[in-house]
Design a binder for this molecule. Sequence first.
Ligand SMILES: *Cc1c(COP(=O)(O)O)cnc(C)c1O
Length: 479
Amino acid sequence: MDQEKQRRLRALPAVHEVISRLEYDAEFSPFLTNERQLPRLTQCVRQVLQKARENVNRKFMDSFDEFESSLWSGLKSQLLQELERPRTSLRQVINATGVVLHTNCGRALLAPEVARSVAEQAARYSNLELNIETGERGSRYVHVEALLCHLTGAEAAMVVNNNAAAVLLMMNTFAQGKEVIVSRGELVEVGGSFRIPEVLKAGGAKLVEVGTTNKTWLRDYEAAIGTETALFLKVHTSNYRVEGFTHFVSGAELVELGEKRGLPVMEDLGSGSFFDGISLGFPMEPTIQQIVKAGLSLVTFSGDKLLGGPQAGIIVGKRPFIERLRTNQLTRALRVDKLTLAALEGTLRLYEDGGIEDIPVWRMLSLPLETLKLAASQLVAALQQNPSLVVELKEDVSQVGGGAWPTVDLPTWVCAIRPKQGSVTELEKFLRLGSVAILTRIHKDWVLIDVRTLLSGDVEDIIRRLAEWVSKPSDVAFG
Ligand SMILES: *Cc1c(COP(=O)(O)O)cnc(C)c1O
């Protein structure tokens, strides 16, 4: 075995040998036309050879002659793949998981026209903090404030880096060194270590828990009011549900109590949405407009969850409260950049002008089952041409993601595939490691491709990648 390994290692060419041989190969001429590309080419050749060396240490599936005769073509195809791979660390992936707000994949997608306007703003000067009429310095928040007020019904609005920052800023501004009353059923932890008790602490506020996990009454809030109380905070339970024998106090009830006792009520709405989702068959959730109407002093929500815009923390509410947030020094540290503002303004204008189908998140959430079935069966038909795969059309469920509607299973249709040789975990990995990463889900010995979250062009990329699954032998040697 060791001898065989040595023999194979010796058969691998040196870096300079590969490069000089490539000079006669038309396929590689785009990568050899100028001097500046040489270091990159050399680096890729090193990588591919390193991989080949590591693979020699695995079990051999072929004879030495087979190894040697496929060596050059294997190296070449690996090298081409390496050279064509996007060079940035942050790159596109195909989300075939059916999770619409996939946190690992960047949550909400911007509408194409919004993305275009962001790209334009990015490369040009703008009136970010300029009042064009007077020629004087302006505020960056004016570009979205009127729109946010119009859409939510609030008196005033501002935007920070994300919703976590919004809650932190709110606590720091209104409750530093004071007490904040929160129901025990709302002490949320969302993914990525955002925990309400910790955020309050970071903002300098003292948490006063009231009620129990499943039941909190207005009298619990009332009994907790003391000389140090700064405000009542409500928190959306986002990624979990307290169901069964429960009771929670609504924002409106708290506002009534707050008015009597001179205390503001604020709410971290988490995802927050302009639509209640009932038309899509989702469980009833109050909209942002309804929450604002209940008279809360401040309401915060994310820009890149159900709103379907860029990462941002949106704060809407009563003008004097927003004014005080603006003068907090932390606001400067948490402020949004021009690209976020361009994306948010564009997204909000889509809400103002049109229906939900213009917002990619909502378009994906509201795709009719027949459309999904048709798309999935077309993919199934195309992939059934591939003799290395077993392919079936199956019913399954997609997820909203992003901590929104955690208990909702969206019925969908998936293209289920299984390799005739090799395992589903290998196939999943093979899809993930192509020049375009394709993210799928494994369920009951099938790799599932959920068409709900696919974009135009994705299907072609998936078919192309799976066609390479046939050429598995060379991948065993090199990949
Ligand atoms: C998601 C969420 C947050 C954090 O929002 P980001 O925009 O990710 O910072 C805070 N609170 C609740 C209730 C959430 O659901």
